[in-house]
Every structure is written in structure tokens, then in C-alpha cells.
Design a protein around this ligand. Sequence first.
Ligand code: FAD
Length: 601
Amino acid sequence: MSKNTALTGGAFLLRNTNISEVFIPEDFTDEDKMILHTVKDFMLQEVHGMGIAKVASLDAEKDKELVLEIFHKAAALGLCGVSIDEKHGGLGLNFNTGLLFTEGLAGGFSFATTIGCQTSIGSLPIAWYGTEAQKAKYLPKIASGEWGCSYCLTEPGAGSDANSGKTRAVMNTEGTHYILNGQKMWITNGGFAEVFTVFAKIDDDEKLSAFIVEKSFGGIELGKEEKKMGIKASSTVMVFFNNVKVPKGNLLGERGKGFNMALNILNSGRIKIAAGGCGGMKFGIEKTVEYAKNRIQFNKPIGDFGAIKQKIGKIASDLFALESGVYSVGEKVDKKHAQLLQSGSSENDAKINAMREFAIECAILKVHGSEMMCNTADEAIQIFGGMGYSMETGVEMAYRDARITKIYEGTNEINRMLALAEFYKRAFATKELNIAAAKQFLPGAIFSNYNPFSAKGELEPEFEFINNLKALFMIITGSAGNKLKSKLVEEQEIVMNLADILAMAFLTESAFLRVKKLAAKPTTDKRELHIKTLMAKMYLYDALDVARKAANNALDSYASGIEKSILKRLTRRMLRTYNINPKDVRRTIADYMIEKGGYFN
Ligand SMILES: Cc1cc2nc3c(=O)[nH]c(=O)nc-3n(C[C@H](O)[C@H](O)[C@H](O)COP(=O)(O)OP(=O)(O)OC[C@H]3O[C@@H](n4cnc5c(N)ncnc54)[C@H](O)[C@@H]3O)c2cc1C
């Protein structure tokens, strides 16, 4: 029987996590934070330094040289090799510190995507799945920035349905090369890449394989730079492969395993979108707070108005929950990697399987990180008023740039469904999750609400709500599954409702475990702890709204009769009103941000 441990992906739902098992952002060492500051400073100097209006007007086609100049400067600082082992010329950062690096990239607008692609989806297929010879040949040049790299999965007819691509590889008669033909679309860094990881089917295979393709092989034609809504300085092109001769040794990983590889690389990309979201939101808070302090209307700084504080308070509490989730999962990936190595896995398998383990959490973080980031950019425009709409301030650029995060690395619809599908797979098919454990957990969660007058310890009501979110997810998932059976997957609206309840359980728990761990640390600053506790509370308040709406939507969509009325009553009871004053809490959080000039460091 599988065990639900702290290092079992999705097990957060079926067990109570101990604070000793969680990593919180406050656990990062000064050395870890150095990488964050290095990349942030780099972006401030090289990108912001050219003037925000100039950055907002950059274009991947006409400013290619300038974009590449910045790319090469970043490479010279080692920033293109953060995820590559030291023996292959990289910095060999662990996964969680790599997330901190990604957070730091966020202030670089389009350049965050350029360097993000080089250090993530562009290079990780080789770093995680390559043979020693492939790594030795490609990684040092990627780490040094000599070779740009890209990830070629999407095709005009194969977007979300990525396995349906038509790009084909056929072995030549001499048996020395695959001949590659096809077309890829939306390829980030494609305009200057020398190395392309291309997903294609060999012969009539049903499943994709992956290949390392060099531009120097010949037969590669690039489309023009796409004209996009945002990330305009980031190169995005179509790539055509016309009888490209790929040496057979450039097959990456096993034949027919390319789709699994593509998905697993996206797991890493997804949590990185959330880490980037943390950086973007911090940047957003800093900029809006500065503006709100200085913009006077009705003889007052606009930051004195409740309507503005409400926005800042919400963004900060969302960020607190997101950040808590991102770095606790990041550290689990590192610990799982170490555990797998210890149990005899190869370096590649340990990296691959450590990442795959947390697919549920990565999908949740991608969805909510991107949505929080987009909301932040939208509200930042609102706080800046007309100036937010002007190219002069950069806020409209942040809004346009943020929007892509809900689309790439799997759309948010696909990721919501994936979180659920992965949960079902792990619970019922592979049995990596022991859902029998939930049986002991559920009655406690339900009955604990029956006595609202019982005395509660510090944060006890909050953890009770978190257990209720978990229990309600299990109850409604079970009931919907019983009623709809295999048709549940076709009822996507219900699946997405369930994914939202699951996400609220995960994010609220992440936020409160952080607060609990901080409270137990003697070195924690008491005032900061107070504000962080308020942020977790504010997030829980909002999360209960989301989960309530999702639960009611799901129940109204499939349930009927007595079952529906029981489950709706249970929802009301388990997700009852959380008694905080949201106005006061958001104001207190906003006042702190305004006083400090931004979020915590
Ligand atoms: C700027 C940019 C950079 C990119 N970079 C890369 C890159 O470097 N490499 C790469 O390979 N790709 C890249 N992409 C492609 C990106 O990953 C895809 O755009 C994305 O996966 C969505 O595919 P699509 O655009 O074909 O949309 P579609 O798949 O056509 O989706 C359209 C809509 O339908 C919904 N939908 C689709 N299928 C389902 C379903 N089964 N159930 C419910 N709803 C569904 C989607 O959620 C979406 O709302 C990039 C895209 C952009 C815009």
C-alpha cells in the first residue's frame, strides 16, 4: 500500500502536514538570495536602465541586436546556466533556488521570457533527458549563451492537443539520420536559437519522440517574428523543418517517450510561471505603493483611500499564499530528487521523477499564479489611472506581458483539468496516493463544525477550514464521480469547479503552514508575523468565497433531490462565514505595504 508522505505529490489533501516538513521563503539563506538580487539588479540596470518607454516600444524583429546584446550580457554573468550542472558549465542551482532566480527575472518584462526559455523549456530537455555525450556537446554552449535554445512542441493544428502534431521523422536508407519534416508554431527564442528540441513522431508512431536539432543541420526555415499583444521583445516564430538531416544519435530520450518528456518539462515551466508571478506581483506592489503615496487627489495621497487600500491588500495577501506554495513545492522537488538518488536512481531519472511527482501542485500554482499576476497588472493600471494606460509608466506593458501566462505552458483550462486528472490517476490508477487515508480524515473535518462554541486555540479555526476544504473536495468529487461515472471528464465545468476547491485547499494550507512555522521561530519579527498572519487570513477569507461558489456551481450542475440538499447544507456548514473584518484586514496590510514601500524582501 502506498504511503502519503510529505514527498508524495497530491498528498497534502490526505494528511496533515507538519511545519517541520515545509520550507518557507524565510528559510532561504543570504547566499540563496544573492542569485535573486543579482538577476533583479541585472534587469534594473540593463532593461529599466534604457528607460521604460523605450522598453515598451521594443520589438523582437527590429531590435534583435539589442535583445541579443542583453541576452549575452546575462549569459556572461552565468544567468543562462542556472539549471545546468557545474560540470557542464552551469551554476548547478538546486530547483528551489532556480525558482528564486525566476522570481528575479520577472521585472525584466520580455527578457524574462527570453532568459526563462533558455534556462527552462529550452535547455531542460537536454539537461534532464540527454545522454552524457549530448549534455557534454550542448549544455556548455547553452550555459554560456553561445547557443540560444528553444522548445518546439506546438504546431498550427496541435496546441492544447499537443500529441496530435504532424511533424514526422523517418530514418534514411543508410540508417544514419532521421529526416525531419514539419512545422512548429509560437516558438520562443526561435528567431535566434541554434538548438531546437523538436517533438515529432517517428514513422507512424502514435506517440511523440524528441530530437535535438541544430540550425547548422540545414533545412530549417524561420517565419517572421509574430506581432503579439505583449512580450514584444521576446522572439516568437514559426519554424519549418524541410528534410532536416538529424543524426540518429540526436534522438533525445527513448522513442515514443517524447510526449511524457514534453509534459514533464512543462511541470517545471508551470511552477516557474508562478515563481515569476511572485516577482511580478512584488514589483507591482512596489510600483503601485510608490504611486499611491505620491499621487494627490482631493488633497490626499490616493493611498489614503479605502478603495485603493483594498486593491493593495488583496494583491499582497494573494501573493503571500502563492509564494508560500511555490517555495514549499520547490523544496519538495529538491528533497524528492535527493531521496531518489539515495534509493539508486540515475541522475536523469531522479530529476525527471522528482518533477513529475508534483504535477498536481505545479498545475495549481500555474493557474493561480498567472491569474493573480494578471489581476495585479490590471489593478496596477487602475491605481495609476490614466497614467497606467500610458506607455510612459510601463504598467500597460506589464498588463500586456502578464496575459500570456494564462495561455502558455498549457492553458489555464487545461491545467485545471490536469490537476484533477492527475489526482484521479494517482489515486485510482497508479495508486501512488492512498486515498483510504481520507476516510479517517473526513468525519473529523465534518463533525468538528458541529460545535461552534468549543474553545479554539491559535490558528485552530483556520486549520479547521483548511481540513474542511480538503474534505469537501473529497466528498463532492466522490459524489460527482458516483453520479456521473466516466462522464465526469466530459463535464468540464464541474471538473474545473473541483479543481478550484482543490487549489484553495492547497494554497490556504501553504499560507497557514508558513505562518505557523514563522510563529514557532524565535527570530521572527513580531510585527511582520502579525501582517503575514493577516495576509493568510485574508487569503483564506477570499479562498472560502471561491470554494463556496465552485462547490455550489458543481452541486447545482449535477446533484439532485435529497443528495443535493444534504451536500448544499454541508457546504454551508463546512465553508461557513469566516469571521474577520475584510475591510480592516486589507487596510492594515495595505498600510504596512505603503509604510515599507513594498512587499517584504
Ligand atoms: C507568446 C507565445 C509563446 C509560446 N512559446 C511556445 C514555445 O516556446 N514552444 C511551444 O511549443 N509552444 C509555445 N507556445 C504555444 C502555447 O503553448 C499554446 O499557445 C498553448 O498551449 C495553447 O495552444 P493553442 O494556442 O493552440 O490554443 P488551443 O489549444 O487552440 O486552445 C484554444 C482555447 O480552447 C481551449 N481548449 C483547448 N482544448 C481544450 C479541451 N480539451 N478542453 C477544454 N478547453 C480546451 C483552451 O484552453 C483555449 O482556451 C507559445 C504561445 C505563445 C502565444
